[in-house]
Design a protein. Sequence first.
Length: 663
Amino acid sequence: MSDDLFAKSAAAAEAYDASAIEVLEGLEPVRRRPGMYIGGTDERALHHLAAEVLDNSMDEAVAGHASRIEVTLRAGNHLTISDNGRGIPVDPHPKYPGKSALEVILTTLHSGGKFSNKAYATSGGLHGVGVSVVNALSTELLVEVARNKELYAQRFSRGAPLGPLEKVGAAPNRRGTTISFVPDEEIFGAGAKFKPARLFALARSKAYLYAGVEIRWKCDPELADDKVPAEAVFQFPGGLADHLREQLGSRECATSDFFAGRQDFPEDKGRVEWAVAWPLWSDGSYSYYCNTIPTPDGGTHEAGLRAAILKGLRGFGELIGNKKAAGLTAEDVMTGSELMLSVFIRDPQFQSQTKDRLTSPEAARLVEAAIRDHVDHFLTDNMERGKALLGLVLERMDERLKRKAEREVKRKTATSARKLRLPGKLTDCSNDGTGVEGAETEIFIVEGDSAGGSAKQARDRKTQAILPIRGKILNVASANSAKIGANQEIADLALALGCGTGKHCDPAQLRYDRIIIMTDADVDGAHIATLLMTFFFQEMPDIVKAGHLYLAQPPLYRLVVGAKSWYARDDAHRAELEATVLKGKKVEVSRFKGLGEMNPGQLRETTMNRATRSLLRVTLPPAYEQYAAVKELVGELMGKNPEHRFNFIQNHAAQVDREAIDA
C-alpha cells in the first residue's frame, strides 16, 4: 500500500467513529427510504397513499361502525377521505405523556388498533404504518375527529405536528374521522398528480367488497370527464354479485343465474363472500381479496373455493349417475369462469409484503366448509341448472383429455420414429396417455447435472421427464435472434418441448402437460428461474397463457426431531413450524445449499411427489393493459438498457432483506 493511500485510509478510519452513526427518529426513516413502506415513489406508490387512508375507513365499515365513506379530490392534488365511524381516539396516550392517541398514531410507526382483536376483528391495515406513512410523505395533512359530540383537529407537515390537538367546538350531529392531505412533491416529483380515474375505480371497487357501505365520490368539475363524473354514489347491496352482474353484461352463461352468496365462519372467525359464473365464451377472470385487500395471486382462500366447487360437481355427477364426473379436475371446473372471492379473517398471513398471495392455512379449510353446502344447494335445487353446468365442465374435461391424447401420440411418434430428434440429456417419460386423473405428463427443467441425477432417481418414470440445464441460460430479452438460435441450451429446451418458438409456437404441439422449473432455493436459483421465465414470456407466451408453466418449491431447511422430519420453504415457514408444530422441542436444523444436496427420497417427498409437493403456476394477466404493463416491466428489467435496471435497483434497494442475503 502506498503512503498516500495508507494516510487516506487511516484518516477515513479516524472519521468513522460513534458520531458517524445516525439514529433516525420518528417518521424520518419513511422520508429517507419511502420505497420500504410504499414500494417506491412512482404513480403506483402515490396512489398507495390514498388506498392506505381509504382502507382505514373500510376497516371501520367492516367492523360495523361506519356506513358512509366520502372521497373528495380537489384542485392542487388535495385529497380528502372521511367516514362516519368511531373516530380516532383523542384522549391522552398512557405511554406518551403530553400526546393524544391521535398524535401518536399519526407520528409513530407501528402504532394503531389492529395488532390485537380488541378494536377490529378483521382488518386490512396490519402493520400500523399506513396513516403515519401518509403523514410523513405529505406537505400538509389535516385530521378532524368528531367524537362524543365534540370536534377535534390537528395539522401536520411532513410528519411533524404544526401544533397540538385542538378542540374546535361542538359537533352534535357528526361522528367519524376526516383526513385531508397533499402528497409531497419532494418525494414523488414535481407534477406528480392523483389520477381521478384511478381513484374513482378504487372507491367503486371498495364499495363492492363490503355490501351495504355507501361511498360518495366528488371531484372538482375541472377534474371530471366522460369517464369520471364530478359526483357519484356507490352502494351495492348485492356486493360481489352486483359487481359480477355488471362485469358479465349481456354475455350468455351456462346457467341463467350464477353461483353467489356469503357465509359467516364459525366462532366469529370472519366470513366469506363469493360470486362465480360460467360464460359460454370467456378466457376467464379471477379476483381475490382478503380483508378488502386485493390478492391477485390467489392463495389458500382460492384453494378452498376450488375444492368446494369441484367436490360439489363430482358429488352431483354421482347423484345423477354420471360416472364421468369422477374424472373432473379443478382446472376443468374453473377454467373460463368469471370468479370473485372475498374473505375476512383474523391475523391473515401473506406470501410477501405486497400481500399478493394469501398463505393462511386455515383459510382453505374455512372457505371450503362454508361454501360446500351452498354448492350442493345450487346444483340440486334446480336439477336442470346443475345438469347444464355439469355438461359444460364435462365438455372441457373431454377437450383436455383429447389434447392430452394428441400430445401423447405426437410425443410417442417423435420418440419412436427418431430418438435423435430429442436432446441427448433429456430423460423422457413413458406415459401412454390413458387420461387417468393425476397422470398428466411433466417435464422438470433442473439446474445442473448433480440435481438432474437426483431428480432422475426421484421421478415417476411414467409421467415425469427430466431436462438438466447447465447454469444460467442466455437472457433472450437482451439477445438478437441469431444469438438465440445459436444457443445450445435453448435449442435443447425447444426440441424437448416440441411446440416451436416465437411466431411458430403452437401450444397444441406441446409434448407435456406441465413445464416445471426446478432450481435451488437461493439467489442463483432465483436468477436462473428468472432467465427461464423470460425465455417463456418472450419465445412461448401462448404456453404461459395456457397455464402450462410452473415453479417448483423446494425446501430450504430440514427440521428433525427424533426420527421425524419437517421441511421449511424459507425462514418464515421455518419460524412458523418452530413456533407451532415443534414448539418446545429440541430441533436439529440443516440447510440445503442446493437440490443436489438432497437424496432422491427427500427430493421426491418435498418437491416432485404430486401428493406432497407445492407448485406455483406462472400466469399472464388476461386484460391487454395489464399484459402490456408486464411486457414493459420485463423489457426494462431484462432488456438491453442497463440504466433501467440500475434505476429499479436504486428505487427498490431499501426493500431487500439484508439478513436473508447474509444467510
